[in-house]
Write a protein that binds this ligand. Structure first.
Ligand SMILES: [Zn+2]
Length: 442
């Protein structure tokens, strides 16, 4: 049996996380104070219908003590789907949409034939049609004692208020990293798998919060190897965090030879370079505040690779070309800054107009306080002066969003108006491609 089936929760105790929900439901079952209708509101990551099924069994279990027992006839009937009194409908699936009205209107009103209570689980209930909701509401207004509804949704705001007000609502939480790793560790111990916590952490990371996926990955890796970070990354073609930090520190050294060697090294380890970009970007996002300026510079760089990667014959080539381009550009910026003589000769060759624009830029930068805005203006702006207009082009969407935040935009416009009075100012977004086209046409 697959591990995720073997370790699927089958009573309240084995549901991972959701302590509050579990405690209340257990108490209601114990004191026989169950509601006739429930709404389970959960983010997409929580184990979908398993809690609903456990509740359905607990309602019908004939055992005296801890319910559900999973052993009595009723529990077994539900587990094996051998009863018409237990109906599970997925409102999101087209093939079941027609079934819903028919099930609700025609069948719900008949008493159960084999179970104590008839149970309807409707998953993604917000997808029901208006007429289906009306049919449901009609029954909920005067629910027969033998009928229970368990409605589940990922979008509570789309469920009519009239329905919600007749239900007991439970909010499920996303299963925490801690809980998932704890569960994986439990399974490892039960199954005698050799493991390291770093390996489990990596599995948590790629499973994106889904416990079921995490257990599937765990099983796949365990078949061949001990569960270490190294093996998980080898097997699932993903990079451990150590690899990301090493790569980023190499990028920061500006040594192209080393950077290119590192890219080839990643490739030789069978790391998927497209996924690696996502990992880098989310790593930088997580650590943004630690070194904002440098991390934003890196986000811009890797985002550009991410956007353009499909245009290159191989991902490695996209990395190399774009990093090379950026480094050249970056180094030019630094050299013009450090050697004034060179800057002067270069300036003289350029048109007077450009000099004026450069002046505006320098003046503006000296006036600004925010390091991020300064850095974007320094590296990602182009300015056009047409008669009485100044058009500031901000390259890349991310930068544009930062610049046009009300607080940043206001300061920028104020300072520009001060530097160039009598001119109108406009800030526009431009893509890298458009920018190069503009350069060519000039
Ligand atoms: Zn039972």
């Amino acid at each position: 049996m697959a591990l995720y089936l073997k370790y699927r929760p089958n009573n309240f105790e084995t549901i991972v996380g959701q302590e509050q929900v579990k405690d209340i439901l257990k108490a209601e079952v114990k004191q026989d104070k169950l509601s006739s209708s429930y709404v389970f509101f959960w983010p997409r990551w929580t184990g979908k219908t398993s809690t609903a099924r456990i509740l359905a069994k607990a309602i019908n279990c004939t055992w005296e003590w801890e319910k559900p027992c999973n052993e009595c006839e009723n529990c077994k009937l539900i587990d094996s789907w051998r009863t018409l009194d237990f109906v599970e409908i997925d409102a999101a699936s087209n093939t079941q949409v027609d079934k819903i009205r028919e099930e609700i209107i025609d069948k719900a009103l008949y008493p159960p034939t084999s179970l104590k209570k008839k149970i309807y689980i409707i998953d993604e209930v917000h997808m029901l049609s208006k007429s289906a909701f009306n049919a449901l509401l009609k029954i909920m207004e005067e629910p027969p004692a033998y009928l229970n509804f368990i409605l589940a949704t990922t979008e509570l705001h789309k469920v009519p208020e009239t329905i919600i007000s007749r239900c007991e609502v439970f909010n499920f939480k996303r299963i925490s990293q801690e809980n998932i790793i704890w569960r994986l560790e439990y399974i490892c111990k039960q199954e005698w798998f050799e493991y390291e916590i770093d390996g489990l952490k990596l599995i948590w990371k790629i499973s994106d919060g889904w416990l079921r996926d995490a257990i599937k990955y765990l099983e796949q890796v365990s078949i061949i190897w001990k569960i270490t970070a190294e093996n998980v990354s080898k097997f699932l073609w993903i990079a451990p965090e150590r690899q990301i930090t090493t790569f980023l520190s190499t990028i920061s050294t500006d040594n192209l030879d080393n950077i290119f060697t590192e890219i080839e090294d990643l490739q030789s380890k069978w790391i998927d370079l497209t996924n690696f970009l996502k990992d880098i970007l989310s790593y930088l996002d997580e650590h943004l505040l630690e070194n904002t300026e440098e991390n934003l510079r890196l986000i811009n760089l890797f985002n550009e690779i991410y956007v353009n990667i499909k245009l290159f014959p191989t991902p490695a080539l996209a990395y190399k070309t774009i990093i090379w381009n950026k480094k050249i550009q970056f180094n030019e910026n630094t050299t013009t800054k450090t050697t004034p003589e060179k800057q002067e000769t270069k300036k003289n060759e350029e048109k007077v107009e450009t000099t004026e624009c450069e002046d505006i830029k320098t003046k503006l930068i000296s006036k600004l306080n925010s390091p991020i805005v300064k850095w974007i203006i320094k590296n990602f702006w182009e300015i056009d002066e047409e008669n009485w207009n100044i058009i500031v082009y901000i390259i890349s969407n991310t930068n544009f969003q930062i610049i046009t935040k009300p607080e940043n935009k206001e300061i920028l416009e104020k300072e520009l108006a001060w530097i160039c009075p009598n001119k109108t100012i406009e800030i526009k977004n431009i893509t890298k491609e458009e920018y190069f086209e503009k350069q060519l046409s000039n």
